[in-house]
Design a protein around this ligand. Structure first.
Ligand code: URA
Length: 223
C-alpha cells in the first residue's frame, strides 16, 4: 500500500524534528509509517484532529463533534453539522431529531452502539445553524474520508439534502437524490430525509420509513 498525504506530512515533520531542514528521504521508513497507520483506530484519529483550527468554526465551537458508534459498523449515517445541543455535548444527533433517529434505528434492529456509526460532514457547529460553507466542507471533508476508510462501512446514508448535496458535490433536490444508490469514493451511498424534517412534516415519515426498509434489506443482503 502506498503512503497517504497525512503519513507523508507526519514523516516530514518527524524528519524535521530530528534533522532540521535538511531532508533525508528514506522510502522504507515511509512505507513502515504507512503500515503503522493501517492500525490506527478511530479514537487515535479523534485525538489527532480534535483541536482542529483549520476553519473559523474552530474558534466558535464549544465541542468538536467527531462521531459516535460502532467503529466496525456496516451502516454509516452522515448528517450535515452539529447543532446547539451537539455542540454542547460533543456528540452528534442528541437533540429531538437525534431521539427520532434512535427510534428509526431501533425499528431496523440497530442502535448507535450496534452496527451503526453516526457523524457529520462538519465536525463543528456553524453559528446559528447556517448551512456549511464550501470552504468549511473543503477543510473538513478529508476527516470524514479518513473516518470512512477506518470504519469501512457497507453503506453510507446521507441524512438530508445538505449532507447529500455536499457529499455528492451536486446541486440537486432531495427528491432527485433519493431512491438511488450513489457512489461515494467507492462506497454505496443513499440519501434520505433529515430526521429534523420528519419532525417538521409528519407526511415525510412514511417515505423515510420506506428508505430505511431499503437500507435494512440492502445490508441484510450484503451480510
Ligand atoms: N443535525 C445534523 O445534521 N447533525 C447533528 O449532529 C444534529 C443535527
Amino acid at each position: 500500500m502506498s503512503p497517504r498525504s497525512d503519513d507523508i506530512r507526519r514523516y516530514l515533520r518527524q524528519n524535521q524534528e530530528l534533522f532540521g531542514d535538511e531532508l533525508f528521504l528514506d522510502i522504507k521508513s515511509l512505507n513502515v509509517l504507512a503500515e503503522e497507520n493501517d492500525n490506527e483506530d478511530l479514537s487515535s484519529f479523534e485525538e489527532e484532529i480534535c483541536e482542529c483550527q483549520k476553519c473559523s468554526l474552530g474558534s466558535t465551537r464549544s465541542k468538536f463533534v467527531f462521531g459516535v458508534g460502532d467503529p466496525d459498523a456496516s451502516l454509516l449515517l452522515v448528517g450535515e453539522a452539529p447543532g446547539a445541543e451537539e455542540d454542547k455535548k460533543g456528540e452528534p444527533f442528541v437533540g429531538r431529531a437525534g431521539k427520532l433517529l434512535d427510534k428509526i434505528l431501533a425499528a431496523i434492529d440497530r442502535s448507535r452502539e450496534k452496527d451503526v456509526y453516526i457523524c457529520n460532514v462538519l465536525k463543528c457547529r456553524p453559528p446559528n445553524n447556517r448551512d456549511p460553507l464550501r470552504s468549511e466542507v473543503e477543510q473538513c471533508e478529508p476527516y470524514l474520508l479518513h473516518q470512512i476508510r477506518l470504519i469501512n462501512p457497507t453503506l453510507i446514508v446521507a441524512l438530508g439534502r445538505v449532507a447529500g448535496q455536499t457529499l455528492l458535490n451536486v446541486d440537486k433536490s432531495l427528491k432527485s437524490l433519493r431512491n438511488t444508490f450513489h457512489d461515494y469514493n467507492g462506497t454505496p451511498l443513499m440519501v434520505t430525509y433529515h430526521p429534523a424534517a420528519l419532525l417538521r412534516n409528519q407526511d415525510l415519515k412514511r417515505p423515510a420509513w420506506e428508505d430505511f426498509k431499503v437500507i435494512k434489506e440492502f445490508l441484510e443482503k450484503k451480510n
